[in-house]
Design a protein. Structure first.
Length: 534
């Protein structure tokens, strides 16, 4: 506990003293005030340090490009300092919540420093990673290709390229549809959708050369060679990437070995009953001790896990990570990695004001409640937040070529083929092909890109443009869509009450901020603010 009071002393001495209006901060001296308020000031060094802690050097420089955002952040920091003063008056810095959360943050910083120290000791011996480099590399040829329906059109397109036209310009002039042109990388033995005879023509091309029309069952290809990448060039390009991968692996091994040693020396006591039955663990209750230091885990179990068993396993995995973090932090303290580091002290100080302000906001917010009448009004004003999910049912056809996907899409649109028939005959997803490509129902908002964008623009019965995913090209057909429907108040009462209360507390805090800015007479020094960008 002595260490916790040391943190508390650091917080009070290192930050709250700045709120007491020291004379040096009121004058335009080496650390001028950007803003003044009753009982304190926001100084230039304080503001710069805080913003760099929050956003990094690059983020701070971006902030300076927006003068109005700078003013807003200065006001925000002034309110934070005023809030910390009020929190101190309420004794919140002595609360267990504040001390434990600040300790956890300090552990994270120290553990990161310890891991960095271990990693920096690791190096690769000469030639140590070369054995990881691939030995079966082949010469690669990058090409542009276009497919046209007739030999005459293909010959005209080939002639325009040979005449010096850029590939994309020639594509536009010839009005070649999307999906009928693209880029490919070929090797002598790699798989492509080109036939053996077309591949032989392509592999004889030198960079800059254009082929004559190559006949294929589905049209005529014209290919322009772009560049050759030799096996030696590929190997040289992989050296830095492979070295970094080998070094990362060696560092991971060193960290694992160091943590294993720390665990073997440590006294770790785990609350097995709590892990076996997480319901017994009240929020904030210790789930383990590491060399006498408690480990607590907030009880917000993932949805569904308690019913299906398995939350205990997730909790144990989480606990193992916390234990490793604490062991690393304890070792960092023993080595003094943070004790003489001004950046570490500043980070702890800045995090302290964030934590204490959040706790104070919660204390203030706990004074508010919402009635059922207020909740019903909130539901009426925010109906879209409380409705069923949009559901979609669709089918797909998976192909290995964008050209084939575009070709068969035209067949489907023209009515020459049916989606179900093509899926059964051609789709490379054999599980769904037996059902004519049918995939079933999905919550539309849970679809991942690029499928989400493709489906949301389709009407029922429509077929998408080819969608690229994992070197495959997919056609999607929207079979059915169920639009969202509003839910009755009784069905979502608890959720509505919770969100209405959050909104009420948020509004109350915003009112608090506006009131404190006025009551404490927060005034900005525009002259000093302008000098920030110099």
């Amino acid at each position: 506990m002595n260490h916790l009071f040391r943190i508390f002393a650091l917080f009070v001495a290192g930050f709250l003293c700045l709120s007491q209006g020291a004379p040096g901060y009121a004058a335009a001296g080496p650390d001028p005030a950007l803003a003044r308020y009753r009982g304190g000031a926001v100084t230039r060094s304080e503001f710069e340090g805080y913003q760099r802690w929050r956003s990094g050097d690059e983020g701070y420089q971006q902030l300076l490009r927006n003068p109005e955002a700078v003013r807003g952040e200065i006001r925000r920091l002034a309110v934070l300092k005023i809030t910390t003063r009020l929190a101190e008056e309420a004794g919140l810095q002595r609360s267990e919540e504040f001390l434990s959360r600040l300790r956890k943050y300090e552990n994270e910083l120290l553990a990161a420093r310890w891991r960095r120290q271990i990693s920096n000791r690791v190096s690769l011996a000469s030639g140590e990673f070369e054995k990881m480099l691939p030995t079966n590399l082949e010469e690669e040829l990058d090409v542009y290709w276009a497919a046209l329906p007739t030999r005459e059109e293909a010959a005209s397109f080939s002639q325009s390229l040979r005449g010096g036209a850029k590939f994309q310009d020639a594509v536009a002039a010839s009005r070649i549809p999307t999906g009928s042109y693209g880029e490919s990388t070929l090797t002598a033995h790699g798989e492509t959708h080109f036939s053996a005879s077309t591949r032989a023509v392509i592999m004889r091309l030198a960079p800059g050369q254009v082929s004559e029309p190559c006949e294929e069952p589905i049209g005529y290809y014209v290919i322009e060679a772009v560049r050759v990448v030799t096996a030696k060039q590929q190997r040289e390009g992989l050296v830095a990437q492979t070295r970094e991968k080998a070094l990362a692996g060696k560092r991971a091994q060193a960290l694992a070995a160091a943590l294993k040693t720390l665990r073997e020396r440590a006294k770790i006591v785990i609350n097995e009953a709590g892990l076996a039955n997480p319901a017994l663990l009240a929020p904030g209750k210790s789930v383990a001790e590491v060399n006498g230091e408690p480990v607590t885990i907030a009880q917000e179990p993932p949805h569904g896990f308690p019913e299906h068993g398995g939350f205990g396993e997730i909790l144990r995995d989480q606990l193992d990570k916390y234990i490793d973090e604490i062991l690393a932090a304890q070792e960092a303290r023993r080595l003094g990695l943070g004790s003489k580091d001004p950046a570490f002290a500043a980070a702890v100080r800045y995090q302290a004001i964030e934590i204490i302000a959040e706790i104070y906001r919660t204390v203030v917010g706990d004074r508010f409640t919402v009635t059922e009448e207020e909740a019903r009004k909130y539901l009426a004003e925010n109906a879209k937040q409380f409705q069923t999910d949009a559901m979609v049912r669709f089918a797909h056809i998976v192909l290995h070529s964008e050209f084939l996907a575009a070709k068969y899409r035209q067949e489907l649109i023209s009515g020459k083929s049916t989606f179900e028939d093509l899926a059964k005959r051609l789709s490379e997803d054999r599980d769904s092909s037996e059902r004519g490509g049918e995939l079933g129902w999905f919550i539309e908002n849970t679809l991942k890109e690029p499928f989400k964008s493709a489906v949301e623009h389709l009407r029922v019965g429509e077929i998408s443009l080819p969608v690229s995913s994992s070197e495959r090209y997919i056609l999607l057909k929207l079979e059915e869509r169920l639009e969202p429907k509003p839910l009755a108040f009784e069905a979502v009462k608890d959720k509505v009450m919770s969100r209405a209360l959050l909104a009420k507390r948020t509004d109350a805090y915003q009112d608090f901020v506006a009131r404190k800015l006025k009551e404490d007479k927060v005034e900005l020094d525009e002259q000093q603010i302008a000098r920030l960008r110099k």
